[in-house]
Design a protein around this ligand. Sequence first.
Ligand code: NAD
Length: 364
Amino acid sequence: MGVFEVAQAEGHEEVLFGSDPVSGLRTIIAIHSTALGPALGGTRFYPYATEEEALTDVLRLAKGMTYKSAAAGLDLGGGKAVIIGDPRTDKTERLLRAYARVIDSLGGRYVTAEDVGTTTEDMITISRETKHVSGLPAEYGGSGDPSPATATGVLSAIRATARHLWGDDDLTGRRFAIQGVGKVGGSLAELLVKSGASIVVSDTYQPAVDHAVAAYGATAVDVGDIYDVECDLFAPCALGASFTADTIPRLRCEAIAGSANNQLETTADADRLIERGITYVPDFIVNAGGVINIQEELHGSYSWERAAHALEGIGESVTKVLTRAAADDTTPVIAARRIAEDRIDAVGGLRLRRRPGEPTSPSN
Ligand code: NAD
């Protein structure tokens, strides 16, 4: 399939290839949709084996951002960027600044942030060439590391799930399994324990496990055993594809809500979870805290109080998704996509009604 065929099949607006022969920059920026606002999505710096692999990834991730922001009710579209290379050896000031000039050429249709292989420090370098960058550290007026906001959003999702399933969001005495206690999972562990819950954790990195045990009284299990833990809710906060034809039959939880991206290995896993009677809250609803936090930064002056208030909206999104899934007799994943698409249809059209003199593309 050619580039245009792939992009058009998924509805992408624009795909930009950028290069700088001096630094060796090879970047692809995909703008999936600006119907609701500037296309926001992080920069993934990754040693893709082929250009085709990089293109496939950026197109998939950009579309995912459209759904995430739309379902969260944000005035943001979906985009993503990849830089092909090894961040440890290929990242230079020249390369990042050349990349920033590619972003700048889009005039605000795409706004970047951190992702795998890029840091807040990199965002500072990028900000020397373009203002269309977010996720800057607090000293630069930015929102900094999004992980605490993401964890706060996951807690809001968990409380909404509890209200839906158990009629009460009091987590006292409830038991949670957390897969991966890194930046988000670690913060979530703390929030859950403060809410009176008990936690069982696993992580491939032993110091993270040791910290959760010492600081939050967690019970530790081996990485492979977390799926068998009897608990009220399983929170996947490690990498993707946790739930598969092999792991789903082992689960002993009533619900799943966590921060990891792409938690289901295939779309059939959503049906497998329904067959097991497990309520699956879609990842892109639960982990929208990072992007909600960044929207607050884009207002001009970041405030954690305003962000924390906005993060409570994740709970409302979860309630909407679970209610819609029941009403439509479908999976929460399909219900969440329908909610995002409804919002794009309802509000996105407004952007086509331009005021006299207004530019034809959104910029901030
Ligand atoms: P992180 O790297 O800080 O934490 C991930 C943890 O998972 C690490 O401690 C790692 O050792 C552990 N891990 C890896 N494989 C594992 C396995 N098989 N079993 C158990 N533990 C394993 O990353 P993070 O920022 O906390 O992000 C966690 C997940 O949430 C990722 O999937 C990320 O894409 C997603 N996410 C993060 C944010 C954010 O704000 N950081 C926002 C949205 C989504």
